[in-house]
Write a protein that binds this ligand. Structure first.
Ligand SMILES: Cc1ncc(COP(=O)(O)O)c(C=O)c1O
Length: 385
């Protein structure tokens, strides 16, 4: 038996809306090959040694410049470090901020696999409701007070405030200010997962939660997985200097050096060669076109009482089925008809979401997006009859 190279596995004849992976055709293999050659010729053996624990300075500087261009002052270097992607950063944040048995407040819905990481660390998840403006900050405040009154230790609050996975929702500027103020007032660390921050299709998102109260305990996580390539396993963390120092000083980094050091050099070279901006621009227009194709196909093929978000950025359309349909119960019929998706209930830490399903438009070419919506429409209509 041949062992797989990739996590992605596609079933013959199935239109797979379930995978939130980028289309391999959009990955910049040629540019990264150039960047790798440049990193090795310009910097000799540096990219091949054990790296500085915080990440190579040349990439930290590139990220500072990029964050400054996106709005606000650049974070000082002592508040930034290179990570092995958002997933590794989430696990590292758990290691530093939580103990098994603690509660994590989790935006509901939010990224199901972040929730797995928290559960792997022995955390108990409590959902914080959200609406079209994102997380309900007042509800988070009330939940935190109740839990603390009960003597529970709440480790942090997790939110995908920008182009939420799965709902596509973006937290309004007003609520971002409220959330930053909550973090400052209560000392509750807020973990802001910005995996999709660069992938806006119409207008840029509001400034990050972290920018509304620079001294509040907000941990901001970025990733090169969605805007460059997931296989790089590379991202960054912006946090208070103390948390960054604790992570940088951890035994794993002391022993092994900075995370994914060679890859970090390659990404720094990709940016230095002027390839990053045009690549992200290209992704924005490619994904926006796919988003438009899928939204038009859903309008054509789904019954009128289905609703969905406009997907202003990120990878996902979040569809609500009419009552009494349950997206998990409907999945076998959908797969029998050659279309697959993720049922919404997976994204809620403590129940709910049964009428929702998540469609990803990042992986599939336009003709499959249209055909997938057609198959889904047929299955939903049949279930309603
Ligand atoms: C919200 C969110 N955070 C993090 C990740 C994973 O990020 P990384 O590949 O950098 O570990 C994903 C991937 O789907 C995601 O949707």
């Amino acid at each position: 038996m041949q062992l797989p190279d990739l996590q992605l596995s596609l079933r013959q004849g199935m239109i797979e809306f379930g995978w939130g992976h980028p289309d391999p055709a959009l990955l910049p293999a040629e540019g990264l090959a150039r960047a790798a050659a440049h990193a090795l010729s310009a910097h000799g053996a540096d990219p091949l040694g054990y790296g500085a624990e915080q990440g190579p300075g040349r990439l930290v500087v590139q990220i500072q410049a990029r964050l400054a261009r996106a709005g606000g002052a650049p974070p000082p270097a002592e508040r930034l470090m290179i990570t092995g992607g958002a997933s590794q950063a989430l696990d590292m944040v758990c290691a530093q901020l939580s103990r098994p048995g603690d509660v994590a407040l989790v935006e509901a819905p939010s990224y199901h696999l972040a929730q797995r990481i928290f559960r792997d660390r022995g955390l108990r998840l409590v959902g914080v409701p959200a609406d079209a403006q994102g997380l309900h900050v007042d509800a988070a405040d009330a939940l935190l007070a109740t839990l603390r009154e009960r003597g529970e230790r709440v480790a942090f609050l997790y939110t995908v405030a920008t182009f939420n996975n799965p709902s596509g929702t973006t937290l309004s500027a007003e609520r971002r200010g409220g959330l930053a103020a909550l973090a400052g007032r209560t000392g509750l660390p807020v973990v802001e997962d910005e995996a999709y921050g660069e992938l806006w299709y119409d207008v840029p998102p509001p400034p990050p939660v972290a920018s509304f109260a620079p001294d509040a305990p907000v941990v901001r996580l970025g990733s090169f997985a969605k805007c460059l390539a997931p296989g790089l396993r590379l991202g960054w963390m912006q946090a208070d200097a103390d948390l960054v120092a604790r992570c940088v000083g951890s035994g794993v980094l002391d022993s092994g050096g900075g995370l994914n050091h060679f890859t970090a050099h390659v990404v720094a070279a990709f940016a230095e060669l002027g390839l990053l901006d045009p690549h992200i621009e290209g992704l924005r227009s490619a994904f926006a076109a796919r988003r438009d194709t899928l939204l038009a196909a859903l309008a054509r093929h789904l019954p009128a009482d289905c609703t969905w978000n406009p997907a202003l950025g990120g990878f996902f359309v979040w569809v609500r089925l009419p009552a009494p349909l349950d997206a998990a119960a409907l999945l076998p019929a959908a797969e029998a008809a050659g279309v697959s998706y993720l049922p919404g209930a997976r994204f809620f830490p403590d129940g709910g979401g049964a009428s929702f399903l998540r469609l990803s438009f990042s992986l599939l070419p336009p003709d499959q997006l249209d055909e997938g919506a057609r198959r889904l429409g047929r299955v939903v209509r049949a279930a309603l009859r």
